[in-house]
Design a binder for this molecule. Structure first.
Ligand code: FA5
Length: 343
């Protein structure tokens, strides 16, 4: 067989191999075996020294031509294989955007915080400011400026955690009345505020009492404020929170810082024209009254000119009423299964 025929046959065999090879390693192997230094083409070119001077350039050119053809075929096949690999990789990595993702567990505000925030929204809508005060409080604000001098028997109504003789854990949010009245500039208009926060009492825990609970204090001081303003405000608050058909009831009571004083109940159920008064079940939710002149005077407000009403409500009891929770302790056990229900 002539050298030319050998080269032609080699070309065909190699092209056939290249056309079926499926991976880059095998293709590289073919390239090395055919076109490498020890390959048959190099071999042919080396053997040219035995040819005549006339044959040499022809065979040389032919061998180069075949080497070029094979090189091009290798490169083309390489591109085809690389494309196939890339396509396979891309389709394996396709992201299905319609697949549901992993659910991230989301917390929710504590139910009592939710009640407090509803009350804040409601009262801000009526032009009240929101004030927060210290939980570690001076005896002076918690009791004395609330018309409860030392040794006043009514101090027993709120059994107290004392830190020193003069410092205590506040038993009520009422000290915020004195703090806000002291600060307020009455020449700029009325004082209308609510003050939510935690309070502490040495109460024995039971279904409706906790030694740590929440209160929201309310205070309005202006000229010509009457008991009707208090009743209207509390009725609106109760109906917005529990529903239009709920009623409130004011019962005479006693607090040293209000005169007259009342305790306020909300109807457990809706009250319609057909409801008999004796069928209404009432739940006590707050204390209120007209601010005592002594309290005004001690905070530097002239009781001859100004007056107002105050109330202190228990959002824990509100939450019990609104959601039918029969034990206040559930709010403080931090059982996520219970708390997550109020999302
Ligand atoms: C007071 O604390 C007065 N400062 C309220 C007040 C403010 C009256 C302004 C007049 C003017 P009392 O101790 O009744 O009052 O508590 C008020 C509300 O807090 C109660 O109606 C109840 O809803 C809630 N409360 C009282 N003690 C507890 C307790 N141990 N656990 C849970 N809630 C309580």
């Amino acid at each position: 067989m002539s050298l030319k025929d050998t080269l032609l046959e080699l070309k065909q065999t190699v092209l056939n191999k290249i056309s079926v090879v499926e991976d880059l390693d095998s293709l590289n192997q073919i390239r090395i075996e055919t076109l490498g230094k020890k390959g048959p083409i190099t071999e042919v070119l080396r053997g040219m020294k035995d040819l005549t001077a006339q044959e040499r350039p022809q065979v040389g050119a032919f061998a180069n031509e075949i080497r070029d053809v094979l090189q091009t075929a290798v490169e083309e096949r390489k591109r085809v294989i690389e494309d196939k690999v890339l396509t396979a990789k891309l389709s394996a990595e396709t992201i299905d955007v319609t697949l549901p993702g992993n659910q991230i567990a989301k917390g929710n505000a504590h139910v009592i915080q939710q009640i407090i925030e509803q009350l804040e929204d409601q009262f801000m809508g009526m032009g009240y400011q929101i004030a927060e005060g210290p939980e570690v409080e001076e005896d002076r604000y918690n009791f004395e400026m609330m018309n409860l001098p030392k040794d006043h028997p009514a101090r027993d109504m709120q059994d107290t955690f004392y830190i020193t003789d003069e410092i205590l854990m506040r038993t009520q949010t009422s000290p915020m009345q004195a703090r806000m009245m002291e600060k307020h500039d009455f020449s700029k208009g009325a004082l209308k505020m609510i003050s939510p926060g935690r309070v502490y009492r040495r109460d024995t825990d039971d279904a409706t009492h906790s030694h740590q609970f929440h209160q929201v204090e309310g205070l309005v001081i202006d000229k010509n404020i009457t008991m009707a303003d208090l009743k209207g405000t509390l009725l609106k608050m109760a109906q917005e929170l529990f529903g239009e058909k709920h009623q409130i009831r004011l019962r005479p009571s006693y607090f040293p810082f209000t005169e007259p004083s009342v305790e306020v109940d909300v109807s457990w159920d809706e009250v319609t024209d057909k409801t008999q008064p004796e069928d209404i079940k009432w739940i006590e939710v707050l204390g209120a009254g007209m601010v005592h002149p002594n309290v005004l005077a001690m905070a530097g407000v002239d009781p001859e000119i100004y007056g107002g009403f105050a109330f202190g409500l228990g959002p824990d009891r509100f939450a019990m009423l609104k959601y039918g929770v029969d034990d206040i302790r559930n709010f403080y056990l931090n059982d996520v299964r219970f708390l997550a229900q109020f999302d």
